[in-house]
Design a protein around this ligand. Structure first.
Ligand code: ZN
Length: 510
């Protein structure tokens, strides 16, 4: 195609895709509002408003016009550099378009409705710890997800679902990583269990929300939160979202009996926010303007929460500020505080778990999801299967389904295939951090001085700015020089546990 004609068509495509993106971001804003500001009685109508916009976005995106433009532009972008904005936009749009067109409209509607109904049923079932009342909704979700998986030509159904969250990743690759992690993490948790517990009683008490908010903002502003482009609001289940690279919304929650819960959850969401904030602004209003995958996103939330926020150097810098906001910590030394926030303790709830046991919660869910999709595990037997594995992997007894199989919202909305990205994010965070430390050997000295600019800049240059232009695997390969590798994560955990508990090399040689 002639260059001028090609360029013209590209502008047409850009304009159409920008409209789809605008509708998507309007949905994000409605969803953000629903979870932070909206009076509860707005829920029913808000669900309809979101459904209307979702239908509109689907129709706009899967239009024949966009299909034709994508066809016409294939040849034109072949002549452009792989990483140019235009070639990337056409390539990624093509992939998204082909995928969305495979899903019949009525199945899409059924999925959306089942998710909304499932969520309502789950809120109620969890409150009463009543798995039986949730069962028919879960059955419906699993059945629809099986049908959804059949829309794609995948080696196994799980691959089709995983693709939505982690493009290019196969269940077999996840199994390979988890097969290494599982025995090591179980062993590490048991090694800690043989040691004396760490005093953490001072983390509980009465800590007013306004002072906790001041603490969160003091940390955030140090890390890179700018008042003109970020917000921090409260919600029940913290999340981060962005309307554009100049409009980043973080949320947190303040439990007044717990001094550190909000702080770490805020730093976690900062990691998601700083990724979105640092995507190249030239990609705003395109489908490239977000993180490359859920695992890469989670690798960054974990980096800022754990590798920065739970490190000794960070607290050497920040503890005096913390003590000035909470003078009751005047008598608690920094080492005692550091060990308390890093203690390892197998527990029932995933989102409250420590760095060592967290991924075991995920591996359990991943195993169960595969068995549900294949039909190997009957949904009526799900609570027993869950409880047996909690005992086997973590040594904890599940007292009721609210603190067991009903604790997470994901399955209620049909999101099967999402969970593994949390543990993969842990693995990737350490692979990237190893490279970062090689490039910036004094990174922890900088953190100890309260300097985060160079760290942010390295991550921006290596990862954030690309948005979705490159596939997750391309990015990981480029940054780390290889594929997924659980080694750095396990070595980090071993060293951390050794430091916190004074145990020598708990993982041995790895
Ligand atoms: Zn996260």
């Amino acid at each position: 195609m002639a260059r001028d004609r090609g360029h013209e068509k590209l502008l047409e495509l850009r304009a159409l895709l920008a409209e789809v993106h605008d509708v998507g971001k309007a949905m994000s804003l409605l969803a953000w509002d629903q979870r932070t500001m909206m009076p509860v009685e707005g829920a029913a109508v808000r669900a309809e408003q979101l459904a209307t916009l979702s239908k509109l976005a689907h129709e706009l995106f899967t239009s024949d016009e966009i299909g034709r433009l994508l066809d016409d532009l294939t040849e034109y972008v072949d002549g452009l550099p792989h990483e140019s904005d235009d070639a990337s936009l056409v390539r990624v749009a093509r992939r998204d378009f082909d995928r969305e067109r495979r899903v019949p409209a009525d199945l899409r509607t059924d999925l959306t409705r089942a998710a909304a109904n499932g969520y309502e049923a789950w809120v109620d079932a969890r409150a009463r710890s009543d798995y039986a009342s949730f069962l028919p909704f879960l059955e419906r979700n699993v059945e629809l997800r099986q049908r959804y998986a059949e829309c794609f030509e995948a080696d196994e159904p799980y691959d089709a679902l995983l693709e939505d969250y982690e493009p290019g990743m196969k269940a077999a690759e996840v199994r390979e990583v988890f097969d290494v992690l599982k025995p090591e993490l179980i062993g590490l948790a048991r090694a800690v269990g043989d040691h004396e517990g760490i005093d953490h009683s001072f983390l509980s008490g009465k800590f007013p929300a306004d002072r906790q908010r001041a603490l969160s903002l003091a940390v955030l502003e140090r890390l890179g939160f700018e008042p003109d482009s970020w917000r921090l609001d409260t919600t029940a289940h913290p999340f981060a979202s962005s309307m554009s690279t100049g409009d980043i919304r973080l949320t947190t929650r303040f439990k007044e009996h717990d001094v550190s819960d909000a702080l770490f959850s805020t730093m976690h969401e900062f990691g998601h926010g700083v990724y979105e904030r640092n995507v190249d602004p030239a990609l705003d209003r395109t489908l490239l303007c977000r993180g490359a995958s859920m695992s890469l996103h989670e690798s960054q939330s974990r980096t800022w929460e754990n590798l920065v926020g739970r490190s000794r150097p960070f607290w050497r810098f920040f503890y005096p500020t913390f003590q000035s906001i909470f003078p009751e910590f005047g008598g608690i030394n920094e080492d005692a505080f550091y060990r308390a926030i890093n203690r390892v303790e197998p527990s029932l709830i995933r989102v409250e778990s420590d760095e060592v046991t967290y991924s075991l919660h995920i591996i359990l869910r991943f195993e169960i999801e595969q068995e549900l999709l294949s039909g190997e595990l009957d949904l009526r037997e799900l609570p027993e299967a869950w409880n047996a594995r909690m005992e086997e992997y973590l040594g904890v007894q599940v007292p009721d389904d609210a603190r067991g199989v009903l604790q997470d919202t994901h399955w209620s909305a049909g999101s099967l295939g999402y969970f593994p990205t949390y543990a993969l994010g842990n693995v990737i965070s350490l692979q990237i951090w190893d490279r970062l430390q090689a490039a910036m050997p004094d990174v922890y000295d900088q953190i100890e001085r309260g300097e985060f600019g160079q760290l942010r800049e390295w991550l921006r240059d290596q990862l954030y700015r690309h948005g979705r232009k490159l596939q997750p695997k391309e990015l990981i390969e480029r940054i780390t020089g290889g594929g997924l590798d659980p080694g750095p994560y396990l070595r980090y955990l071993s060293a951390k546990v050794g430091d916190v508990y004074g145990i020598e090399a708990p993982l041995g040689t790895r």
